[in-house]
Ligand binder design. Structure first.
Ligand code: SAM
Length: 375
């Protein structure tokens, strides 16, 4: 099976690294935001359950040249959907057209859906009632080349199941996990988020430290498709639960000026099963201090969408930089779209990387402290 793992712009290298560790594949290439490899049903289950920074996991069912709607119809109709879809399949078709002669998304969707239905009818499915399990099929046309992908995840993988309640400008869980993976943090070091909001970064860090799989608290579309898939994922879930290291010592803290945000963070941590291990506290960043050494700050401070907030934001960034400068041997990782962040913070970044927080282009600034001495 050709498996496709999608990743947001800037995060592909992190997902590749995660994938190499998980399924033991080297030399993976990311093309147009997806990483593909030949894998098994077990790999699909593992990727859904364990990948922390990926968006979705799919099976590539077909690829063909597509310069017009006849090509889409014929190409989609040639895919062996009967080997994947049940008779009660509820089929959701999505489409994406980039730099191609075909650009009409909804027309692409309806032509593809018609082709799927005709194919299944000819294979004895009769009139589809579509009252069963969901199958999301994506037709992606890029430079006149179409790829048909069956999504196995369902809800995007950022939906871990612990965040029902939405805070102020929360980070996607997948991006928070990528920010942690891109940092020098190891579970032996203190991790703090001085602007923790709904708690995403501390919760993701705690799940990483305690070896709690990202998808342990949720379901995936593919497990509803047949008993074989269900038994694979259930076996993996049971094994993963045994491998969780609740005894692992961690020092993870989240601070925020807003008590309402903190109460959300505590609720989310409780749903994720990690509330006992994270210290959440109300604090203004200007008062942040720690006697720990070699700590790692990972955060996304407010950035202020309105011009009127600019003054306030500048003050917060200056306070943040000042508080940080008093910490001994700490490293700070900050995601923000504020272009003069380094000037406000009072220090040049050692490393920078472009990342997207939703549609907002941001820079991920790394200010590095000395590494802990080897004992
Ligand atoms: C962009 S949000 C962080 C979102 C968070 N990463 C999440 O996933 O929910 C910025 C947070 O900074 C907090 N904040 C604003 N000013 C602050 C200050 N002076 N000190 C500490 N926190 C502050 C806000 O209350 C808000 O929750």
């Amino acid at each position: 099976m050709k498996i496709s793992v999608s990743a947001s712009s800037g995060v592909e290298a992190v997902v590749k690294r995660e994938l190499s560790r998980l399924v033991g594949k080297e030399d993976l290439a990311a093309i147009n935001g997806r990483i593909t490899f030949d894998g098994s049903e077990e790999d699909i289950a593992k990727c859904n359950l364990y990948l922390r920074s990926a968006n979705r996991v799919g099976i590539i069912l077909g690829e063909f040249k597509a310069e017009n709607f006849d090509d889409i119809f014929d190409g989609v109709k040639s895919v062996d959907f009967e080997n994947y879809l049940s008779r009660r399949a509820k089929i959701d078709v999505t489409a994406k057209c980039v730099q191609s002669k075909i650009y009409a998304i909804s027309a692409t969707q309806s032509v593809a859906k018609k082709a799927i239905c005709e194919r299944l009818k000819e294979r004895g499915y009769g009139d589809l009632k579509e009252d069963g399990e969901r199958y999301r099929i994506e037709i992606s046309v890029h430079k006149d080349y179409a790829t048909v992908t069956l999504d196995t995840s369902g809800e995007g993988l950022h939906r871990r199941g612990y965040r029902g309640l939405v805070g102020e400008a929360p980070l996607k869980e997948t991006l928070a996990a990528a920010m942690i993976e891109l940092s020098v943090w190891k579970s032996e070091r203190t991790l703090c988020d001085a602007f923790c909001g709904s708690g995403t970064i501390p919760i993701e860090a705690c799940m990483i430290a305690k070896n709690i799989p990202a998808g342990i608290n949720r379901k995936f579309d593919f497990e509803e498709w047949n008993p074989r898939y269900k038994s694979i994922i259930e076996r993996l879930r049971e094994r993963a639960k045994d491998e969780i290291d609740y005894k692992k010592e961690v020092k993870i803290c989240g601070f925020d000026i807003d008590e309402k945000q903190l109460s959300l963070a505590r609720k989310h941590a409780a749903i994720a099963g990690v509330e006992k291990y994270i210290h959440f506290q109300r604090a203004d960043v200007k008062d942040f201090s720690s006697s720990d050494r070699y700590g790692v700050m990972i955060c996304n401070p407010p950035y202020g969408e309105r011009l009127s907030e600019r003054h306030e934001i500048e003050k917060i960034y200056r306070d943040y930089g000042k508080a940080f400068s008093a910490l001994k041997d700490w490293s700070a990782y900050t995601l923000t779209p504020v272009t003069d962040f380094e000037r406000l913070f009072g220090r040049k970044a050692d490393k920078k990387r472009k990342l997207y927080n939703g549609k907002i282009e941001c820079c991920y600034y790394a200010m590095l402290g000395a590494p802990p001495k080897k004992t």
